[in-house]
Design a protein around this ligand. Sequence first.
Ligand code: NAD
Length: 476
Amino acid sequence: MSTGQTFELLIDGKGVAGDAYFDVINPATEEVVGRAPDCTRAQLDSAVAAARRAFPDWKATPIAERQAKIAAMGDMIAAHIDDLSRLLTAEQGKPLARAAEDVGGAPHFCGLSAKLTPPVDIHEDSDVRLSATYRVPIGVVGAISPWNFPIADAFLKVAPALVAGNAVLLKPSPFTPLTTLRIGELIRDLLPPGIFNILSGGEYLGPWMTSHPGIDKVAFTGSTATGRLVMASAAPTLKRLTLELGGNDAAIVLPGVDVKATAEKVFGAAFGNSGQVCFAAKRIYVHDDVYEPFADALVEIASRAKVGDGSEQGTDFGPVQNRQQYDRLRGLIADSHANGHSFLLGGDAETPDRGFFVPLTIIDNPPEDSRIVQEEQFGPILPLLRFDDIDVAVEKANASDVGLGGSVWGPPEQAEAIAHRLDTGMVWVNEFGSLAPSQPFGGRKQSGFGVANGMGGMLEFTQPHTIVTSRKAAKA
Ligand code: NAD
């Protein structure tokens, strides 16, 4: 799909043209999909001013009305899911069915948030006094999203922030801004002007937002390296932060598993979205007893998968999303070749004529200190690592600066006991990636702090307001 279309910012309820634009590239064809406005500092300032103007009325609006408006926004996006998914496939690369899931994340999180009302905590309710803590909105929220799940990730922030009574500025990744901007056109008349602004821009926009004195809270999803910059930049104005950062999640496969069934699930955990999932299984520790049959099964499954243009029928995995990521992954493959690692699948040196296609690649037991084990690959290259002592495997799984997720596969009791020993925010046992509506999503260590999803996620967009009222007050 090549629309070559020019998109608009959403500021104060209106579509706003850019002073300048940047091209958004289809990663399968390297053609221009469309042109996104490069938001200027003055446009950011006017969006922040609009959000600050709109905030008091929105905060005072009964939560049931806010919930109804956010639910309506979700319905509007759901009604346009086909067109939005095609646009998302064109700019992001993922197959159409996967793009529909990503776009579907918006109505899902809008619907979920529309059912949530932050609780009031009553500490004392006596003849002497009433002591209660209310959860009030923070103010203006800057939401910054990545390119791997541009829509679901954005609305995981936007929907609870709005229901909680905040005004929002959403900045999509410059690699994938178009579907988000299109959603802005669709929903702009559903909310009061200024409550929800969408700004696309280049490398300056993020830092302008994270240091802006008119923004009270930043909800950021992206790499750990950028997360550090965000935290430093937010310090002078003491902004509230939620940081959802990178991971290098381990999967541990124990003896006694159903090898074929587990290989199918681990395959999905590792290669879904072409490996571009923050909590993807990125290092697979497999017990000696099952290493060979597990590796064979994984290679067999991966060999059947079709890597291609996400807009073509039958494509299981699209290209990786952008040139930088493609070059990084090629660098990791080259590093493994240079260090004599053995490839069970993929690892081809030749490059396609066009498109950022990386073959599904499986590496056979590379050393623990190799780059492919130590770094977050964020792509379809997977190291299988052999172990014979479970304590050593757990130690290696935990020997990382990051701690987002993980998975354990094996006899349920043993696997669950191991799950309790992993230093990560989330662990799945004999399944992968499920996210119940009330389940907190977030990492430990340098995978960030704060959570998304459910009531825990909504509370991130509120602050406590405690009021203590004497019931013995002297009357005049
Ligand atoms: P990134 O850090 O490069 O960019 C994320 C967003 O931050 C983009 O919108 C980008 O424009 C913006 N940005 C870049 N520099 C900035 C700065 N100095 N200040 C403010 N904003 C800035 O990440 P990415 O490459 O888009 O995404 C991939 C990374 O995100 C991976 O590490 C992945 O694990 C992580 N991720 C984490 C989660 C999670 O929930 N923990 C989810 C998805 C992705």
